[in-house]
Design a protein around this ligand. Structure first.
Ligand code: MG
Length: 203
């Protein structure tokens, strides 16, 4: 399986990182080894001094596909959750400055935290699905799917031109504004609507 991630998919987040708004989805990948196993703490890596959380809606692919049209895309996923795209912001900035790839900043072990999956709406994700991240009991990020620059179905259409979608693949659909650093002892909790689906301690 693979993890396809979308960068800069919310205008307010692109702005907070001083990036231009994209005209096509910004895609990058994480390997399977990036997934943090459920119930495990996240161990703060030694190679960064500026680890950031990015809370995102995550969908799971349920059907293999290539060149999927946006209007058919809802048939290709059946579940969703909240996840965290952990990012070594200091390394990412250095890489960006040099025009180099992001993987060492975003695709390292444990960088893809995934909550418990629940069924996604049968007709696909449209309208206002709200998700949020609490850090130590305080809400730090709130996302609403209608504010995505590229909808889930558009992301699937775009990504499947390049990458065959396989059952079990995950798509991290981008983070809203409010990203920030974590320190050891922090506890992060992710919610979809009022349902808590993710709980991770930083050690
Ligand atoms: Mg992200």
């Amino acid at each position: 399986m693979k993890i396809i991630c979308v960068g800069r998919n919310y205008a307010d987040h692109a702005k907070e990182l001083k990036n231009d708004l994209p005209t096509t989805p910004v895609l990058f990948m994480k390997p399977k080894s990036a997934i943090l196993l459920p119930g495990k703490p996240f161990l703060y890596p030694e190679f960064t001094d500026d680890l950031h959380y990015e809370c995102e809606l995550v969908i799971r692919i349920c059907k293999n596909g290539k060149y999927v049209q946006a209007r058919q895309a809802h048939n290709y996923y059946d579940s969703m959750t909240v996840g965290i795209d952990f990012t070594a912001r200091d390394i990412q900035r250095e890489q960006q400055k040099k025009g180099l790839p992001w993987e060492i900043a975003k695709a390292f072990d444990g960088s893809a935290v995934v909550g418990d999956f629940i069924p996604s709406p049968a007709g696909g994700i449209s309208g206002d699905i709200q998700f949020r991240l609490d850090k130590n009991g305080e809400t730090v990020q709130v996302g609403i799917t209608s504010q995505m620059i590229f909808s889930v179905d558009k992301i699937i259409e775009y990504a499947s031109q390049f990458f065959t979608l396989n059952i079990g693949d995950l798509i991290f659909t981008g983070t809203p504004a409010g990203v920030g650093p974590v320190v050891t002892t922090d506890v992060l909790e992710g919610y979809l609507g009022d349902k808590k689906l993710l709980d991770v301690a930083i050690r």
